[in-house]
Design a protein around this ligand. Structure first.
Ligand code: AVJ
Length: 359
């Protein structure tokens, strides 16, 4: 039980503590829900996904145990994977302007991973003496704890809080907004089906006060060969990352998937403007998943979808923002138009449920 001493009180959650410097003893990583709830939810999701027809699927958030997070970190350094270094250079270029426009006192990073990029914004806030609090939400407890500890050590006086949870359902655990700049890097919003993006943005808008903002990274529609290469790297790291979801299901739900019996598949679908990753059985296999009450048979060639990674244009993304309570304030891209950072601002008043287009 590594987190039996989980903090229940949240001394910096309310605006009344604004400006109070938190001593190091108050640094905590908390869970958005209990371990039982997390496992029960996983069992339901895995069961529903693996039984889905015509195409079985597994939620991509289950890539990210500690091994999967380390594999993703390796992906970010691959020559074919342009996204991370492009976004990082972009953030370096825009950090001052973003902070000037939004003047936040709190950064709130969703899916923080190892929490490297947040520092670009922290530095820009610190230079303006705005920096007070940083909240990080991530599904990977090990990585989250490490980045929370590192941030707290490197920025004395910064109140750092970690929440173990996922950005689909645990946003409420962030607490109310106010002076908040939310960060959603890496193009991770691309993992949502486009139809689910407005609902996600609306849920996030509910954790923001009017004038609060969201900086979101988006991988852009581009040449299919370049996209294909980024998800089919020569070193095979993405293939190992893809198969890792089976290791996770084996461990958490007592399943007996043989990951090496599945082949990595990733292709660009230009109609939906998304990369799809799948695992394809390379032999006939029977798989038992006790934790999800499943007894499955795979035939050679059977596929499980493991990830969508949607690619956006300014126009296709803007259409997803309409009616969510957020509006597009700034659209930044790198010179090669590979990647975008969209700055969204929370509007005042109650968000409209939808917007009707006239004419
Ligand atoms: C971290 C979700 C943005 O979709 O490109 C990398 C994950 N998948 N290689 C992406 C990923 C395959 C990545 N995101």
């Amino acid at each position: 039980m590594p987190f039996s001493s989980v903090s229940r009180e949240r001394p910096w959650a309310g605006p009344q503590t604004r400006g109070v410097v938190q001593p190091a003893a108050d640094i905590r990583v908390e869970r958005a829900r209990g371990a039982d709830g997390t496992l029960a939810r996983m069992a339901e999701e895995v069961r529903a996904g693996l039984l889905a027809r015509p195409l079985a699927s597994l939620p991509c958030k289950y890539f990210y145990d500690d091994r999967g997070s380390a594999l993703f970190d390796e992906i970010t350094r691959l020559p074919e994977y342009y996204q991370t270094r492009t976004e990082d250079a972009l953030l370096e270029a825009i950090a001052d302007e973003v902070i000037e426009r939004t003047r936040p006192t709190e950064l709130c990073e969703l899916g923080s991973g190892i929490g490297r990029k947040v520092r670009r914004l922290l530095e820009a806030m610190q230079a303006r003496q705005l920096l007070e609090r940083c909240v990080m939400l991530d599904i990977s407890e090990g990585f989250l704890t490490a980045s929370v500890d590192r941030l707290a050590a490197d920025y004395p006086g910064l109140a750092v809080r970690g929440v173990v949870g996922d950005f689909h359902e645990d946003l409420v655990a962030l607490g109310p907004g106010g002076g908040r700049l939310a960060l959603f890097f890496a193009g991770t919003i691309g993992n949502l089906h486009p139809a689910d993006v407005p609902g996600f943005l609306r849920a996030l808008a509910a954790q923001l006060a009017p004038g609060d903002a969201l900086l979101v990274g988006l991988d852009l529609v581009k040449d299919a060969a370049r996209l294909h290469a980024a998800y089919n790297d020569a070193a095979g790291v993405t293939a190992e990352f893809n198969r890792n979801v089976l290791h996770v299901v084996n461990r958490a739900l007592g399943a007996d998937f043989q990951p090496e019996g599945f082949e990595h598949v990733a292709f660009y679908d230009p109609v939906n403007a998304w990369i799809e990753m799948r695992l394809r059985a390379s032999r006939d296999m029977r798989v038992i998943v006790p934790g999800a009450r499943l007894d499955l048979t795979y035939r050679t060639g059977d596929e499980i979808r493991t990830e969508l990674s949607c690619k956006y244009t300014r126009q296709s993304f803007t259409s997803r923002v309409a009616g969510t309570g957020l509006r597009l304030d700034r659209w930044f891209t790198d010179p090669n138009q590979l990647f975008a950072s969209a700055l969204l601002v929370r509007e005042g008043g109650t968000p409209a449920p939808h917007r009707i287009a006239f004419g």
